[in-house]
Design a protein around this ligand. Structure first.
Ligand code: UDP
Ligand code: MG
Length: 321
């Protein structure tokens, strides 16, 4: 006889990459909020290949409180994949994705829950204000959300990260979407359902450094754009039309100048500029095609999204994907 897994009301999923300085405080803050509200909850910690003491601390937390469950990755697969795994393993009727570093205050979960109880199926947290971020990060993030909003077909809400609550129905829909380059904040909009935002003030990191250096951030931004838009590919077409139109104009002007007996004014410099400019545009276009092609290649290989070394504390079967 198989026992049905116990379904808690709420699963909280937190991805963890080298967060040894934070885990105890995360557990303490979450417990205070969730127990205070009398909820039946579980905390799914996904160890994304940490190289510090995070995995040991996660085990200790699990040993002391079985509501803390651990998914231990075989290596670092990245933040978006870690939250995917957390949602795959989570068993709650509602699943909240939260950063482990306490930039997303656990107290806000109660606001998310209130909207869920009103019947909303995705409740995302909107950053009304960000504390302790560099002006550079704030500016690039703001610009990015505005660009992606413009060039994608779905209405990805502005200034919204992955901090959100999703109903079980939404989580099940997401589980069917196994794309390799994941932009979860877009995917959870793409599925549809009744969505609403709740404002919050994004806090400073509790301890440690950001795990998103500029290079990772750029990759992530590209994943977001390529996942939901063909616009960069179409830019080459627009450039092509503009260049062709200019060329036709150039021919006409040259012919007229020749027939009217004046000297053609095209010198070496203008030829060089035109060649270099078009060469540049062509290389950039090739690079853009490459970005899409590489992602297609990753899809075609059909590898699993992540490899789990060990899963601790989950009842019933491993999630079937
Ligand atoms: N994270 C992860 N894998 C990574 C990078 C980050 O699981 O490869 C986790 C990290 O531990 C944190 C969350 O993702 O819980 C957000 O990362 P971080 O706070 O460094 O990003 P930021 O808030 O600076 O954008
Ligand atoms: Mg952070």
């Amino acid at each position: 006889m198989t026992t049905l897994p116990h379904r808690p009301t709420l699963s909280v999923v937190a991805p963890v990459y080298n967060e040894e300085a934070i885990l105890h405080e995360l557990y303490r803050r979450l417990t205070a909020v969730l127990d205070g509200a009398g909820l039946d909850w579980e905390l799914v910690l996904v160890n994304d290949g940490s190289r510090d003491r995070s995995p040991q601390i996660m085990r200790e937390l699990h040993a002391a409180d079985p509501r803390v469950k651990v998914v231990d990755f075989a290596r670092n697969f990245g933040h978006q994949v870690a939250i995917t795994a957390g949602a795959d393993y989570a068993q709650g009727d509602a699943v909240v994705i939260i950063d482990a570093d306490l930039q997303d205050p656990p107290e806000v979960i109660l606001d998310l829950l209130a909207k869920w109880r009103e019947g909303y199926e995705v409740v995302y947290a909107v950053r009304a204000e960000r504390k302790g971020e560099t002006w550079f990060k704030e500016f690039t993030a703001k610009a990015f959300y505005r660009i992606i909003y413009k060039i994608t077909d779905i209405d990805i809400p502005m200034d919204t990260g992955d901090f959100r609550l999703m109903d079980r129905k939404v989580v099940e829909a997401l589980r069917t979407m196994r794309e390799k380059h994941r932009f979860m904040r877009g995917m959870s909009v793409w599925v549809g359902f009744k969505q609403v935002g709740v404002q919050y003030v994004r806090a400073e990191r509790y301890a440690g450094e950001t795990k998103y250096p500029l290079k990772k951030m750029l990759r992530f931004a590209l994943d977001g754009i390529t996942s939901f838009s063909y616009f960069p590919l179409q830019v080459a077409t627009y450039f092509g039309f503009i260049a062709a139109a200019l060329a036709v104009l150039g021919i006409i002007v040259t012919v007229i100048l020749r027939l009217s007996g004046s000297h053609a004014f095209y010198g070496q410099a203008s030829t060089l500029v035109a060649v270099l400019f078009l060469g540049g545009v062509q290389l950039i276009s090739l690079g853009i095609i490459g970005e899409y092609l590489g992602r297609i290649y990753d899809e075609v290989k059909g590898r699993p999204l992540y490899i789990v070394r060990e899963a601790l504390g989950f009842e019933g079967d491993e999630p079937a994907l």
